[in-house]
Design a protein around this ligand. Structure first.
Ligand code: MCN
Ligand code: CUM
Length: 796
């Protein structure tokens, strides 16, 4: 929706009537997207390009007894057929995951999930490649699968990872945080303890564009160019260098326009490696594009946490401690993409937004015969699960104590004077002012009136619920000393170059998948340098064109690369000041910066613009001693801490007593991401995330039968929300700047996905409270709600 406040990029010009820099501004990239001029992976066409298709396992667990590829090889349009055994000869049958495990590129010994990659065909066109897959004959010896994580460690359970020498069970890792003893002591003396079992089901990010790649290996130069749907081109390049043995400087990874990532495009998928191998063996460019079903069944899922939460409090509603036990289902390979020291991502922030005396989490992760993945779908590295846990527990406590859920939160929220706040699990929240955010949400909702309305409806037997969640997120990984992906520290480079006529190019280590970076990063430069955003070209997603950095996920672009861009602009400004002092023949210290120009202190009429300075920097005139020509800067930003955005969400639902259909009538979201660069883009991020939340809370789940067949391999079965299921979002904002970020900005990209599911679930349970319902698991489909209304026990 365009409002009268929205400016086109060209309107952001340097005159005193209009802001230059931060503010609502239409997205620059949409000029190309709304005209169908985007270039996505599948748009890449190279001369002589071949097509690759992957044969996938039809079963969840089986030994491969034999593969016959002769008929496929005989297909007239087929150029190559490759199996795991053939990759093994090149030492490429297995690849490292981003979490210190290995994953089969093509299965050699066994298949470990339905949809696993077993062989690939390279052919002259996509149709022939697909046809030839059917000519490959594979002999499977079916094995018992492990589908339910709860049985993965049972004695006698089939062992999935027989590839790991000496492995005799399906244990993946154990992880613990907080203080068990201290927490037990607080629980022992607490007046009230409430517990709940909950499942955060396996879901899928289901981006509009599926995963794919075009690999072009030049045998003469030994150079590899890879277009791929990656959220982290630099990290992927380093990994390809290590895995494929191609020198890193000879690899160019290009991430073109991307139709949604949502974390599912962080991992390296077997298909990327297959495309590279295919191009090296055929000497031709090779394209691989997944179809929808392949995307849903084989690429990074999200969640799949089975949690037991316990909360301890006093009778008056003072929350004392939280404790949880988690069983994490990681699928057949540990394919999560998370900083290596954080196997459970940032789940450690499950203490939420409250002042607690103690907290403890114990987690066990297991392997099952399902697709690998785990960290995706706007999760902020598992903070989705953490926020769901604490916000369900707090509402459950309110239920138990018969207290108002909003009042209970207000009573326990951290106070502004407690920041920076170190949680009981060791996270240092940088800043926050929670109560105004909560009050603003209540005000926008008309909370007191809603509760009155609810009482009236209840008296008439109607099912209306009001659900609340309050969340704090930790986004913007590094710092590099604590956070790395396979040894690569989480810092980001940025290069900024101002051309002689005063337009500029900024080169980023991060890469947009739809978040609008071409606009917002231009706005950061505009804010800092006074160059109109339309005069700033944003270059990203090409390792040959951009400085090294770890990529876009965990809402880290603004916290890390945004800071790098601001600091690069400030470096340019420092140099510009020296040049301006020569131009105006005054000392640099006598110059004052007004957005876009330096002027002599006390004499605003004597000034030079950044454009004048840029020309001088490249011109023939003298520059001050020691100042080199040109106007550019380079920065590598290592964040001091994460940034901690927060928000308060209120959801109103009505449930049809005859069909158990949940209708989200209203949803009020008040977010705080510190300084806002582009409020319109922020609104878009929040709208998208809230829609995700409705999907997860009410509709989405990757389901499997007991044999491990995926039951949700298409969008007919894996339900995504549409405009019909979502209300008109009511958004509001508070602004608590980050004290350590140069712009005061915190990330926003995942806030709404993280914060909204518990608000919706809390609302449904609130509606069903008169029927004695206190817990229910997502997705809240009509059949599940119907069962809950009739007291049918929850599914395991
Ligand atoms: N922004 C702003 N002011 C702030 C914070 C952010 O104007 N204080 C703007 C940024 O400049 C950027 C956008 O909001 O244009 C999101 O910024 P940020 O929070 O830094 O998140 P990232 O850019 O790193 O995006 C990643 C985040 C993640 S991890 C997932 S998952 C997700 C999300 O973004 N995937 C998305 N939002 C998505 N939106 C789209 N359209 N597509 C995806 O794949
Ligand atoms: Cu966890 S999804 Mo995002 O961090 O790309």
């Amino acid at each position: 929706m365009t409002t009268t406040n929205d400016r086109t990029p060209a309107e952001f010009v340097n005159n005193d009537q209009k802001p230059l820099g931060f503010g609502r501004m239409l997205r620059k990239e949409d000029r190309r997207f709304v005209r169908g001029k985007g270039t996505f992976c599948d748009d890449v066409q190279l001369p002589g390009m071949l097509h690759l298709a992957i044969l996938r396992s039809p079963v969840a667990h089986a030994r491969i007894a034999g593969i016959d590829i002769s008929a496929a090889e005989a297909h007239p349009k087929v150029k190559a057929v490759v199996t795991g055994a053939m990759l093994a000869e090149r030492n490429l049958a297995w690849m490292p995951t981003l979490s210190n495990d290995v994953q089969a590129v093509l299965a050699t010994d066994k298949v470990r999930f339905q949809g696993q990659e077993v062989a690939f065909v390279v052919a002259e066109d996509r149709y022939a490649a697909r046809d030839a897959l059917e000519l490959i004959d594979i002999d499977y010896d079916i094995l018992d699968p492990v589908i339910d994580a709860r049985t993965a460690l049972s004695p006698g359970a089939p062992v999935i990872r027989t590839d790991v020498p000496g492995k005799e069970n399906n244990h993946c890792f154990d992880w613990e945080t907080g203080d068990a003893e201290e927490t037990a002591a607080v629980f022992a003396s607490a007046e009230v303890v409430v517990s709940e079992d909950m499942v955060y089901p396996r879901v899928h990010p289901a981006p509009l564009e599926t995963c794919g790649a075009v690999a072009d290996y030049d045998r003469v130069d030994g150079r590899l160019t890879l277009w791929s749907t990656t959220q982290a081109p630099h990290a992927h390049r380093t990994l390809y260098a290590l895995v494929a043995g191609i020198p890193e400087h000879k690899i160019r990874v290009i991430s073109p326009d991307i139709g949604g990532g949502f974390g599912g495009k962080v991992p390296i998928y077997p298909g990327y490696i297959c495309a590279i191998v295919a191009s090296t063996i055929t000497g031709r460019p090779v394209k691989w594009m997944e179809d929808r079903s392949e995307n849903l069944t084989s690429t990074g899922f999200a969640r799949d946490y089975i949690m037991r939460g316990e909360i301890a409090a006093n009778r008056d509603g003072r929350i004392l401690a939280i404790r949880t036990n988690v069983l994490a289902d990681h699928g057949a390979f540990n394919g999560v993409a998370t900083p290596v020291k954080y196997p459970a991502g940032f789940f450690g922030v499950f203490t939420g937004s409250y002042d607690l005396q103690a907290a403890h989490c114990k987690m066990t992760a297991v392997y099952t015969n399902k697709a690998p993945g785990g960290v995706a779908y706007a999760c902020s590295f598992r903070i989705t699960e953490a926020v769901y846990l604490i916000e369900r527990m707090v509402s459950r406590l309110a239920d138990e104590l018969d207290l108002d859920a909003a009042e209970l939160r207000l009573k326990n929220l951290l106070r502004p004077q407690q920041f920076p706040y170190r949680t009981k699990t060791g996270w240092v929240y940088d800043s926050g002012d929670y109560e105004p955010t909560m009050r603003k949400a209540m005000e926008l909702a008309g909370y007191a009136e809603l509760r009155r309305e609810q009482a009236g409806r209840r008296a008439r037997g109607e099912l209306m619920g009001i659900g609340i969640s309050f969340f704090t997120e930790a986004v913007g990984a590094g710092p590099r000393k604590d956070m790395d992906i396979l040894g690569l520290g989480m810092a980001d480079g940025c290069e900024l170059r101002v051309h002689p006529t005063g337009t500029a190019v900024v080169r980023l280590a991060v890469q947009t998948q739809g978040q609008g970076h071409e606009t917002t990063f231009a706005q950061i430069i505009a804010e800092e340098l006074g160059i109109p955003p339309d005069d700033v070209d944003v270059v990203h997603g090409d390792t040959d064109q951009t400085p090294f950095g770890l990529g876009t996920y965990g809402s880290r672009s603004t916290p890390v690369s945004g800071a790098a861009a601001a600091l690069a602009a400030r470096k340019v400004r420092d140099k510009a000041r020296l040049i301006a002092s020569a131009m105006l023949e005054v000392s640099a210290t006598d110059l004052e910066w007004r957005k876009g120009a330096f002027h002599v202190a006390g004499d605003p009429s004597t000034s030079v613009t950044i454009q004048d300075i840029a020309m001088r920097a490249h011109g023939s005139g003298d520059l001050p001693d020691g100042v080199e020509g040109g106007l550019e800067a380079q920065v590598c930003y290592n964040p001091e801490n994460l940034t901690y955005p927060h928000g308060a969400y209120i959801c109103v639902v009505d449930i049809d007593p005859d069909t158990a259909q949940v209708k989200v009538r209203r949803f009020i979201a008040v977010d705080d991401c510190g300084t806002q660069i582009n409020p319109m883009i922020i609104d878009g991020q929040v709208h998208g995330g809230l829609t995700d939340g409705v999907g997860m809370a009410l509709m989405e789940m990757m389901a499997f039968d007991e044999d491990g067949n995926c039951l949700t391999g298409s969008l007919m079965d894996y339900l995504l929300p549409t405009a019909l299921e979502v209300p008109d979002w009511e958004t509001g904002y508070t602004v608590t700047p980050s004290p350590h970020h140069p712009l005061g900005a915190k990330g926003i990209g995942e806030c709404a996905t993280v914060g909204s599911p518990p608000a919706i679930v809390n609302a449904v349970i609130d509606a069903l409270r008169p029927l004695g319902v206190h817990a229910i698991d997502m997705p809240l489909t009509p059949s599940r709600v119907w069962d809950a209304m009739r007291g049918v026990p929850r599914p395991p």
